[in-house]
Ligand binder design. Structure first.
Ligand SMILES: Nc1ncnc2c1ncn2[C@@H]1O[C@H](COP(=O)(O)OP(=O)(O)OP(=O)(O)O)[C@@H](O)[C@H]1O
Ligand SMILES: [Mg+2]
Length: 503
């Protein structure tokens, strides 16, 4: 093999970035070759997203070198980075809901006719070609409103391809995707790599990193740790570099004493979403809701808690009817709900971390109608510590925390209410490997103290590891109720997927 001297597409060395007194990035280094899929991993708050935002022109670095395509780069705006050929897919896509998917793809650079009008025919034709190439069946004329996250991401990718980006960065793109959708995304990523483009992939899921990437860079505390070819390293090695210690990904479940029925759901039905859902959760019991993304698990949870309405059925907590569609009554009755989409539904990002954590219990904390910030902090600290919320201070604004740390704050907020029933949707999504086992230990311990827990998780090892009983949901119906001993990857997957693939 001849010594091919390839020039890196992206070259960041010792890049630093601070926000006031917070150092988000100390010495970030990332060198990405063309025709490569490069993983960027690190604990929550390690500085991954900050690094990406410097590349994307969202932030400007304080120090260090930044070269793109062999030239010194310094993007003052995101538009400048885009023009240079950099596309970024953030965890939450940023489409305009009222525009068609095609208009979203060509936003700001629509093809024009000779009469300088927008050439819609050309635009839709090109969108159709892009979708065909990506292997997706989407109507180019439909509005972006109501698209699934997976489809929204495909639109972002189509945008990147139509821009002819030479560097595509994906910041935790798979967090909300089902197995098939992940496969589709990976297929697209590989074909872009084969065309010689460079990709950066950020994920907390190591199976995906090893399945997709050829190179991996590890960051810790805002600094570069290592870069390796994927075949020269291992999960254990990466994890120990990320956290600087040995960790286990799953906490072994401690057996709990299962007591009386806490949650009793009967015949819950919402037309077109779920049908005749009946189950119970007992004190001390962790019940896992398994199934494919889109099977209706989150919808069931949202209806039980009262965020969504339902057409028929009853929800009882500790023997009493819980009125439908009244989350306040549910909280008063002893329910807590950690939603799947924590950024949109769970976090009051305006306030401080302490304020966010104590948000639900605030009324209880107020003495003589007055809530001191000291009382607020005192209540928040134990939970924040427990979940290793990394923040400069509890009076820091939650909006500026890293994605994973925001997730932890939402969990802390609900645990601080000391509920009888905890409904938790994707407990460890976006949470790093070092804290994952801590979340599992916490759930196990809470169950040990008699809390009833209903847990939704798309990660099978998590469900099988944590749950005393697994309910499998398929197309809005419970298709299996498996005891811990009978719940295996095979039995769950069989119940979760159609046995007769009516293709
Ligand atoms: N705008 C900002 N103002 C203040 N601090 C910030 C800001 N943006 C990021 N930070 C801080 O910088 C650190 C790094 O955050 P970053 O979002 O880069 O982490 P990350 O590696 O992407 O983590 P995660 O895996 O949780 O997404 C965090 O401590 C975060 O609170
Ligand atoms: Mg991040």
């Amino acid at each position: 093999m001849s010594e091919a001297v390839t020039q890196p597409v992206l070259e960041l060395r010792d890049v630093a970035k601070s926000f006031g007194s917070v150092t988000a990035l100390r010495a970030g280094t990332l060198v990405v070759e063309p025709g490569s899929i490069h993983a960027l991993v690190g604990e929550n708050g390690a500085g991954k997203s900050t690094l990406v935002k410097i590349v994307a022109g969202v932030y400007q670095r304080d120090a260090g070198t930044f070269r793109f395509q062999g030239h010194d780069a310094d993007f003052a705006t995101t538009a400048a980075a885009k023009d240079a050929g950099i596309a970024v897919i953030y965890q939450e896509p940023t489409l305009f809901p009222d525009l068609s998917v095609t208009e979203n793809i060509f936003m700001g650079r629509q093809p024009l006719t000779t009469g300088r009008r927008i050439d819609r025919t050309a635009m839709y034709a090109e969108a159709e070609q892009l979708f065909a190439r990506l292997g997706v069946q989407l109507d180019p004329r439909r509005m972006a409103l109501g698209l699934s996250i997976a489809d929204q991401q495909i639109i972002e990718i189509a945008k990147a391809i139509s821009l002819d980006a030479s560097l595509l960065i994906m910041d935790e793109p798979t967090a909300a995707l089902s197995g098939n959708e992940v496969e589709r995304l990976f297929g697209v990523a590989r074909s872009l790599r084969d065309e010689g483009r460079a990709l950066v992939f950020i994920s907390h899921r190591f199976d995906e990193v090893f399945a997709l990437c050829d190179t991996v860079t590890v960051m810790r505390d805002g600094s570069y740790v290592s870069t390796d070819r994927i075949e020269d390293t291992s999960v254990t090695e990466i994890v120990s570099r990320m956290v600087g210690r040995e960790v286990s990904e799953l906490f072994p479940k401690t057996p709990a004493r299962i007591g009386d029925v806490v949650l009793d759901v009967e015949g819950l039905t919402t037309a077109g979403v779920f049908r005749q859902v009946t189950f119970q959760v007992r004190s001390g019991e962790i019940v896992g809701l398994a199934g494919l993304v889109g099977a209706g698990r989150s919808e069931i949870a949202r209806a039980v808690f009262g965020v969504d309405r339902y057409d028929a059925g009853t929800v009882r907590l500790l023997g009493r009817d819980v009125p439908p569609h009244e989350p306040r009554s549910s909280i008063r009755a002893g329910m807590a709900f950690v939603p799947e989409d924590r950024r949109q539904q769970g976090l009051v990002t305006e306030g401080s971390v302490a304020r966010n954590i104590t948000g639900v219990i605030r009324s209880g904390l107020a003495r003589a109608g007055l809530l001191t910030s000291r009382a607020e902090n005192a209540a928040a600290v134990p939970w924040a510590r427990r979940l290793e919320v990394k923040t400069g201070a509890l009076d820091m604004h939650a909006a500026t925390m890293s994605g994973g740390n925001q997730q932890k704050v939402v969990i802390a907020k609900w645990l601080a209410t000391n509920p009888r029933l905890l409904i938790i949707d994707e407990p460890t999504r976006g949470i790093d490997v070092g804290t994952k086992a801590e979340v599992h230990r916490l759930l196990s311990e809470l169950a040990g103290q008699g809390m009833a827990i209903l847990m939704i998780s798309s990660e099978l090892p998590e469900v099988l590891g944590m749950a005393d009983r697994v309910l499998v949901v398929r197309e809005g119906e419970i298709t299996a109720d498996l005891d811990r001993a009978d719940a295996t990857p095979e039995s769950v997957m069989t119940a979760a997927t159609r046995s007769d693939p009516a293709a």
